[in-house]
Design a protein around this ligand. Sequence first.
Ligand code: BEZ
Length: 586
Amino acid sequence: MQPGIQNGVRVTYNVPSIMRDGTVLHANVYQPDDGGTGSYPVLLTRMPYGKDLPAGVSALLPEQAARRGYIVVVQDVRGTGASEGDWSPLLHEAQDGFDTVAWAAQLPGADGRVGMYGVSYFGFTQWAAASQHPPALRAIAPMQTWNDLDAPDAGVLWRNGVLELGASVGWALEMGFDQMVRRYRGNAEAMGRAIYGLAREVDALPTSGYGELPLASFGPLARTGLDAPNRIFIAARDEADVVAAGRIARAYELELPVLHIGGWYDLFLGGTLRNFQEMRNRGHQRQWLVIGPWTHGNVNRVQGDLDFGFASSGALMDLRIDLMSLQIQFFDYALKGLATTFAEMPVVKYFVMGANVWKTSKSWPPEGATVAHWYLHSAGHANTASGDGQLSNEQPADEVTDSFTYDPANPVPTVGGATLLPSVLRPGPRDQRVVEQRHDVLVYTSAPLEQPLEVTGAVSAALYVASDAPDTDFVARLVDVYPDGMAITVTDGIVRMRHRNGMEAREEPLEAGTFYRIEVDLWATSLVFLPGHRIRLDVTSSSFPRWERNLNTGMDSAAATEMRTARQSLAHDAEHPSYLALPIMA
Ligand code: BEZ
C-alpha cells in the first residue's frame, strides 16, 4: 500500500443529518476502511443534482479522495434527491450549509476540520456556508460559480440588470425533473406525463420557448406546473428573501484558504474573478486562482470550434496535474498542513489562448499590462463584416456615425460565448461569421497584426451611443479574426441603457438623439492574437436567447409583451472617441 493511501473505502448511503428546523438531509459518506482507527478531515459537497447520480462524483471522485485519507460527504440539498423538505433554489443553503458543516465535523472518524468542493450550484453552496462562518470550515474549492446574486457585474441571474434568460430558464426546467419524480413518486402514470411535458418544453426552448412573453409568467415554466419557487430564476429580482439568501459577501470576512477555479468561457467567470479579488482585497493571503480555456462544467481540450491542446485540459493541466488531484493537494495543504507540491502553487495560473500555454502570476490581473485603446472608425457603414468599420490606435477626427435598426422580434442569435444553453446552442469560442452578416451588427476590424499581441486582463469598450427608444441594450463582443476569415468570439458584455449610470443609480429613460457614453464590461480574457490575425469588435443590441431581449419600450421587462424597433447610432469622432480597451502584456 502506498503511504497515505488506503486501499479499502467504506461507503454508507443515506446518512441523515438534522437541520435546525428538523428537516433531515441525506448524504453518502465515503471513508477509509481502517477499522475505525484513524481520524481524517472531511470533504463536503452539497448539491441539488443527485448524490446517487453521475453529478455526485463529477467534481471529485469520492472514493479516490477517501483513499487519500478523507471522509467525503456528498449531500443532497434540501428538497432534492433523497433529502427532505421543499426545493427552493438558494434560499436555505446558508443555514443548511452551516448546520451540515457542524454535523460533518463530528462524524465518527472526523478530525473536526471540514473542506468543501464542487462546481456551479455546489460552488455556491460553499460560499453560502462560508457566509455563516462555521467554525469547522477550514478551506473551500469553488469551481465556476457566482458571487452575490444581485451583484451588478457578475451575478448568476443578471448582467448589469439584464436577465441571463437562457441559463436561468434552462436550469429551472432541468431542475424540474427531480421535482416531478419526487412529486409523483408512486404514481408512474402522472410522473411519466409530467416528465414528458418537461422534456417537451426543454426541447422547444431553442426554437420557440425562449421567445415567449411575458417573462413574469413565462410559458415554458408555467406550463410544466413547477412550483413557484422553481421560477425564481425569472422573478427573483422581486423576492427579497431570495436576493438576501443569494448574498455571499459575508464570506469575504473569513480568513479562509480558497482555491478558485474558473473558465474563460464560463458564464460565471465574472463571479469567479470577483470572489478571488474580494478575498485578496481583504488581505486574505491563502487564495489561489486557476483559469482554463473552459466552458461551464467542461474542462476538455476542445471547446467550441477550437482545440486548445492536451495541456489545456483538466485531465492533465500543463502536463503536470489533473484537476481532481490539484484539489486534493490543496486540501492536503490547507487542511492537513502537508508539504505537498501545492506549497509551490503560484497564486494565479491561467491559460493563454492562442499561444496555448499556461502562465502564472502573483495577482489577478497580472502586473505589467498596459491598457491600449483601439478606436472605432468608419465612413458610416460599419454594418456587417463586409462594411467599412475599422479599429486602430489612432484617435478619430471627423467621422460619420454608424447606425442600425434593432428589432426585438428578430434579435441577433447567440453563437457560443460564455453561455449555458441547451446543448444544440454550444458554448465557447465559436465562429461569428453568421452573425456578422446581419445589418444590425456593427463590425470594426483592425489591420492584420504583424507581431503577436497578448491580451491578458479586463476588457472593456467605451462607446458613444444614441437610440430613439426610451430604453434599449448595447452588446459589445471582442472577436479574434483568423487569416482565413474565421471570427472567433473571445468575450462579450451588455449594457441596459436604463441602468447606464450603474445599478445603484436611478433608472433613467433615454432622450432620443442624445449620445451617451457607456462602458461595456467584457469581463476578462487571456489570449494572444497571432501574427496575421485581426482584432475585431462587434457592436449590436441583442444576443438571444443568452440575454433577455430589450423590448425597447421602457416598460417593466418582466411584465411587458409589446415591443418596438429602435434606431441605434454609434458615434466615433473627436468629440465621441469610442474605443475598445485591451490590457496588453509586453
Ligand atoms: C449550475 O449549477 O450549473 C447552474 C446553477 C444555476 C444557474 C445556472 C447553472
